[in-house]
Design a protein around this ligand. Structure first.
Ligand SMILES: [Zn+2]
Length: 334
């Protein structure tokens, strides 16, 4: 089902993600020793076209090749088959970040792999878990958490001053690991952005060197809560110009993490039937479209102020995942 090694296959140090399928053949869990024995868990390539995490790890592993790691590392390299095709996932595969324990996906080989990896790591009592991703649309770098614990928030704040708290979708790696260790997701901007690897590498270095995590909630963290996920039903055509059921605005790609006011024109609707034709679902998976979107004279207008994240006009990304998330600012007092 997957490989488990307690050594580093040397070819990994210079491999391109496209070639990992030839080297590893399938998902792979590596355990590497370090001075502090409680391992740091890092997962990468759960989405095959999100490459920053792998290259950051490669930099770290090269750096410590001679001197030994300051802390043990457990590394999970996920969808090598999709990575070979530079795809998030292949059409015949489930999404590798929706099938971890807690998932509603039917049981299959991949859900068994993720459950086994989770059980193995639970027994190893990780120091922390870091899952590294990229976005399709333009977004600042930010971290995500699934529980608002001091340790998770501190881990998040070491990466960026923006943190997103979410509890849906289900079956994500960070949520499964939040059951037994502090866990974050890093969203490192677009894969093509070279500064992302440097940023992720600096972050991994910092966490590797940490002796412990503080029990204080970090101050000055800009915290958002995902309130809804926006999708477009299969049968609704989309484009960024005239001839489709819904016309998306490319200008919104620069509005991720900017609050949009009530009344804002979110998209255009090519039929005057006043159907929103988008689906907005809250964290409990209830349809809340009418709460957020008004359809007036061929325009989809926001009914209340929201902040977008992960907004993209890339059709494949929208079909495989979503158009965007709606978020609200979350204020809490440490
Ligand atoms: Zn991803």
């Amino acid at each position: 089902m997957f490989n488990q090694f307690d050594y580093l296959p040397e070819q990994l140090l210079d491999a391109r993600v496209e070639n990992l399928v030839g080297i590893l053949g399938r998902p792979t869990l590596l355990h590497l020793p370090g001075e502090r024995q409680q391992p740091l868990f890092i997962s990468t390539l759960l989405h095959g076209n999100e490459t920053t995490g792998f290259y950051a790890l490669q930099t770290i592993l090269k750096r410590y090749q001679q001197q030994g790691l300051p802390r043990a590392l457990s590394i999970f390299i996920g969808n090598v088959e999709a990575a070979a095709q530079q795809q998030r996932r292949l059409d015949n595969q489930p999404d590798y970040n929706r099938i971890w324990p807690g998932t509603s996906h039917r049981q299959c080989t991949e859900t068994d792999i993720m459950a086994t990896v989770t059980n193995i790591m639970r027994e190893r009592k990780p120091f922390a878990s870091i899952d590294i991703h990229n976005n399709t649309g333009r977004n600042p770098h930010y971290a995500c958490v699934n529980i608002l614990s001091a340790h998770s928030l501190q881990l998040a704040s070491l990466f960026a001053d923006i943190t997103v708290y979410f509890t849906s979708p289900k079956g994500v790696q960070s949520s499964a690991f939040s059951d037994f260790c502090p866990a974050v997701v890093l969203e490192c901007g677009q894969s093509s952005d070279n500064t992302s690897v440097a940023h992720a590498t600096r972050y991994l270095e910092t966490v590797l060197q940490l002796e412990s995590l503080s029990a204080d909630k970090p101050e000055n963290l800009c915290l958002y809560h995902t309130v809804a996920r926006v999708t477009v039903p299969e049968h609704i055509s989309i484009s960024t110009h005239g001839d489709a059921d819904i016309v998306l605005k490319t200008t919104l790609e620069d509005k991720n993490f900017t609050e949009l006011p009530a009344g804002y024109e979110f998209a255009l609707r090519n039929k005057q039937d006043n159907q929103a034709c988008m689906q907005v679902r809250n964290e409990s998976n209830e349809d809340v479209t009418a709460e957020f979107i008004d359809c007036v004279d061929g325009k989809l207008l926001l009914k209340k102020a929201v902040t977008l994240s992960m907004y993209t006009t890339d059709e494949k990304a929208i079909r495989q995942d979503c158009l965007c998330y709606f978020m609200e600012r979350l204020h809490f007092h440490p």
